[in-house]
Write a protein that binds this ligand. Structure first.
Ligand SMILES: C[S@@+](CC[C@H](N)C(=O)[O-])C[C@H]1O[C@@H](n2cnc3c(N)ncnc32)[C@H](O)[C@@H]1O
Length: 349
C-alpha cells in the first residue's frame, strides 16, 4: 500500500481555507491577521486555499475562531498526505485514510468531508465517503453529517490526498466547505429564503420568543414565507407586489409602499428583517430610522451589499452606521449570500 507522509513541526501545519471564490482575497487577509507569515501553497480557483501556518495548529485555529472571520467560511487542518494511484481500489484508499484516523473513540459522531480540488478521478468521492463510513461503523462510531463530534477532512489534489481530523467545532463550520445545502422546493416564492434560513442556523438564533416580525424590502416574499412558516406574524413592506400565495396566511399583513414613509406603532415588533439590495450606507440609515418600530433588545437580520474595491473598509463604514442604533452581534458572508454579507444586530435600549 502507498506510504503516507506524516506532517509534523510548525513548518508544515497545513490547512485548507474556504471562502466564496469572489472573496478569497478578503479571506486571506483575515487569515493573515491571525498569522502574518501564513504561506499559501495553492490557490485553487474555486475559493479554496491550501495554506501552511507558522503557528501551532491549536493557536492558529483558536485565534482564527475568536476573530470571528466574515469571509472565511471553513477551515480544515491536515496531519498527513497520502498518495493515490489508479491501481488502488476505493477500499484501499479508505483504509489508507483511516490508518491515520484510528484514534476515534466509540459511539462518537463522525462526518467525513471529501473535497476534490484538482484532477480527474477514476472513482467517485461519494463512493469513497461510503467506504470510510463503513469502516467507521466497524470501529463503533457513527457516520453523521449534521453536528458531528469529529470531522475527517480529505482534500483530493491530483495524486495527493491530504488527510485531517478535528473536533467538529474547530472547522469554523461543521458543513463541508461551510456550504449548507437545503433541499430546494420547486414552489419556493424566492431563492432568497435560503439566505434567511442559513442566517438563523449559522447565528443560532432562537426564535421561540419572536411572535411578530417586520420584513422590509420583502418582495416577492421568500423571507416573509420563512417567518410565516415559523408561525410568526409578519408585516411585509415593499414598493413591489408580494407573491399572492402568501395571502393564505392569517397572520400576514402587506404594506405596499416605501419604507421611508412607514407609519406603524413604535417598538411593536420582536424582529426586524431587511434584505435590500441597494446602496448599503443609505440602506443602513433607512433601517436605523425604521428601527423605531422594533422593541428594545430586539434582533434585526439585514443583508449588506458589497460594493467597490475596498470591501472590508466598506463593511466597517456600514457597521459604524448601524452601531448608532444597534450592537453588532454577528457578521458573515454566508454560503447563500452572493455579493453581500449578513448581519445580526441587536437594538440598544
Ligand atoms: C432582494 S429583494 C428582497 C427579496 C426578499 N427578501 C425575498 O425573500 O423574496 C429587495 C427588495 O427591496 C425592495 N426595496 C428597496 N428599497 C425599498 C424601499 N425604500 N421601500 C420599499 N421597498 C424597497 C425592492 O423593491 C425589492 O423588492
Amino acid at each position: 500500500m502507498t506510504d503516507i507522509k506524516i506532517l509534523d513541526g510548525n513548518e508544515e501545519n497545513l490547512f485548507a481555507i474556504t471562502a466564496s471564490a469572489n472573496y478569497i482575497n478578503q479571506a486571506l487577509e483575515e487569515a493573515r491577521e491571525v498569522d502574518k507569515q501564513l504561506k499559501i501553497l495553492q490557490n485553487y480557483d474555486n475559493g479554496i486555499l491550501l495554506a501552511a501556518t507558522t503557528m501551532s495548529k491549536e493557536d492558529f485555529t483558536t485565534t482564527l475562531l475568536n476573530s470571528k472571520p466574515v469571509f472565511i467560511r471553513h477551515i480544515s487542518s491536515f496531519h498527513a498526505i497520502g498518495e493515490i494511484n489508479e491501481n488502488m481500489t476505493t477500499d484501499e484508499i479508505a483504509a489508507m485514510i483511516m490508518k491515520h484516523n484510528s484514534i476515534i473513540e466509540k459511539n462518537v459522531k463522525v462526518a467525513v468531508q471529501i473535497r476534490k480540488v484538482r484532477g480527474e478521478y477514476y472513482f467517485n468521492p461519494i463512493d469513497l465517503k461510503g467506504k470510510i463510513d463503513e469502516l467507521l461503523l466497524e470501529m463503533g462510531s457513527e457516520p453523521e453529517i449534521k453536528e458531528p463530534d469529529y470531522i475527517i477532512s480529505v482534500l483530493l489534489d491530483g495524486a495527493k490526498c491530504y488527510i485531517g481530523m478535528s473536533h467538529g467545532m474547530l472547522n469554523v463550520s461543521t458543513w463541508s466547505g461551510g456550504m449548507i445545502h437545503y433541499k430546494k422546493d420547486e414552489v419556493d416564492i424566492s431563492r432568497a429564503k435560503y439566505k434567511l434560513l442559513e442566517a438563523i442556523s449559522v447565528f443560532k438564533l432562537d426564535l421561540s420568543n419572536v411572535h411578530t416580525a417586520l420584513d422590509l424590502g420583502a418582495a416577492p416574499g421568500g423571507w416573509t414565507s420563512v417567518l410565516l412558516e415559523k408561525e410568526i406574524a409578519v408585516t411585509a413592506v415593499d414598493i413591489l407586489p408580494m407573491d399572492v400565495r402568501l395571502n393564505k396566511y392569517q397572520n400576514y399583513t402587506n404594506i405596499k409602499g416605501n419604507i421611508t414613509e412607514l407609519d406603524l406603532p413604535e417598538e411593536s415588533f420582536d424582529l426586524l428583517t431587511a434584505d435590500i439590495s441597494s446602496n448599503p450606507k443609505s440602506t443602513a440609515t433607512m433601517i436605523n430610522k425604521a428601527s423605531r418600530f422594533l422593541k428594545n433588545n430586539g434582533y434585526a437580520i439585514v443583508t449588506v451589499k458589497l460594493m467597490g474595491d475596498k470591501v472590508r473598509r466598506g463593511i466597517k463604514e456600514v457597521k459604524e452606521i448601524y452601531q448608532e442604533v444597534f450592537s453588532i452581534e454577528e457578521v458573515k458572508q454566508l454560503f447563500h449570500n452572493k455579493d453581500e454579507i449578513t448581519l445580526l444586530l441587536k437594538k440598544q435600549s
